[in-house]
Design a protein around this ligand. Structure first.
Ligand SMILES: [Zn+2]
Length: 78
């Protein structure tokens, strides 16, 4: 996690802490960039969207994924 909770709040709004134990796996995203990000950040956790569980690294923190999307949108809008 490269951000403090304060920064995460500023970037994502809402109540990001409520997602801190949530993970998303590669199969649940279609974007190649996001898949690559999840592969890099993956840890052993069940996916909360499809309930996939694996001894392999398949899922990344939902907050990290949201921050990554947020960064990408920031790059595009600059
Ligand atoms: Zn999944």
């Amino acid at each position: 996690m490269d951000y403090s909770w304060k920064e995460i709040h500023e970037r994502l709004g809402g109540n990001p802490e409520s997602h801190k134990d949530e993970y998303v796996c590669i199969d649940c995203v279609e974007d190649d960039g996001l898949r690559g990000f999840i592969e890099r950040e993956a840890c052993v956790a069940p996916c909360m969207f499809c309930d996939a569980e694996s001894p392999n690294l398949i899922a990344a923190s939902l907050i990290e994924v949201l921050l990554y999307i947020n960064e990408c949108l920031g790059v595009i809008s600059q």
